[in-house]
Design a protein around this ligand. Structure first.
Ligand SMILES: [Zn+2]
Length: 136
């Protein structure tokens, strides 16, 4: 969108999150504006995957992530990409999530609630992350 990367204006990791969002994650959100969140997942091998909140269909407990989930969260999109690329060895890494905002959102970027603000995974995602040994 031609806007400056927000890495410098976003506060460092605070009460909610153990890891500050990377400039790459913020840039990904700026280039994929939508209502919801954006996540960056780093697999144990060091590969990075990005995704946003999207209607990608449910996942089930008999699938690779082992937990039922509606599938819409950005975290799930990242993990499905990682499993596609690396198989189950791709699980067990680190997840970082930030708020995303649609184009023309009246909410200014950055904290307290704008694009780039660190966010905590929802309860359903926490179940998936915990079950797969993923830090967040
Ligand atoms: Zn979630």
């Amino acid at each position: 969108m031609g806007q400056p990367v927000l890495a410098e204006v976003v506060a460092p990791a605070g009460e909610c999150c153990s890891v500050a969002p990377s400039g790459a994650l913020i840039e990904f959100a700026e280039n994929n504006r939508a209502t919801g969140f954006a996540s960056e997942y780093t697999s144990p091998a060091g590969n990075r995957y990005h995704d946003i909140t999207a209607n990608r269909g449910p996942i089930y407990s008999d699938g690779p992530l082992g937990v039922d989930h509606h599938g819409g969260c950005s975290e799930i999109g990242c993990l499905l990409q990682a499993v596609d690329a690396e198989g189950l060895d791709g699980l067990g890494g680190d997840m970082v999530t930030i708020r995303n905002r649609p184009p023309n959102s009246p909410i200014p970027p950055g904290p307290p609630v704008g694009l780039g603000t660190p966010a905590t995974p929802c309860d359903m995602c926490e179940d998936v992350l915990d079950a797969n040994g993923i830090n967040y």
